[in-house]
Design a binder for this molecule. Sequence first.
Ligand code: ADP
Length: 159
Amino acid sequence: MPKFAVFPGSFDPITRGHESIIRRALPLFDKVIVAIGENGEKKSFFTMEQRLEWLRDIFKGQPKIEIASYPGLTVDFCRKNNIPYILRGLRTAADFEFERGIGQMNKLMAPGIETVFFLSEPEYASLSSSIVRDIILNGGDVSQFVPHGVVIPSGGDQG
Ligand code: ADP
């Protein structure tokens, strides 16, 4: 059975921290599916279309990476698509506590699915989508924090 993993997230927007985890996971899996959860409650900063377009652009020409979006629970997406591994990143102790809750609840709901954690690279340990959004809102330059190919539209195109 091919080894598939999903890296679920909001990617609002994708940062170099996310990109680094995806690239580091590639040698371990046959396919990494980068998937944006459609979170009805949480209003995103960038539209789903914009976030998907960035992911497709960044990873085009990478046969082992697929881009997707999904409604509902990550474990249901995994079960539907036969994906036995969920990837998540850890920057801090706060991330650990947050991820432990999600990971252990997922384990109770779907015992056959394992969550695999990657420690953030030290240079990305303080990087988050929310800080990037804050810099954008205040007119700063985020190009060093987002992957090459992510061009932030100047006004008007935010979701
Ligand atoms: P979510 O809304 O599900 O938390 P995010 O897009 O914010 O989604 O993050 C997806 C995953 O990437 C999470 O596991 C998060 O901890 C991890 N992550 C976010 N930023 C970084 C970073 N700079 N370094 C390592 N992991 C990160």
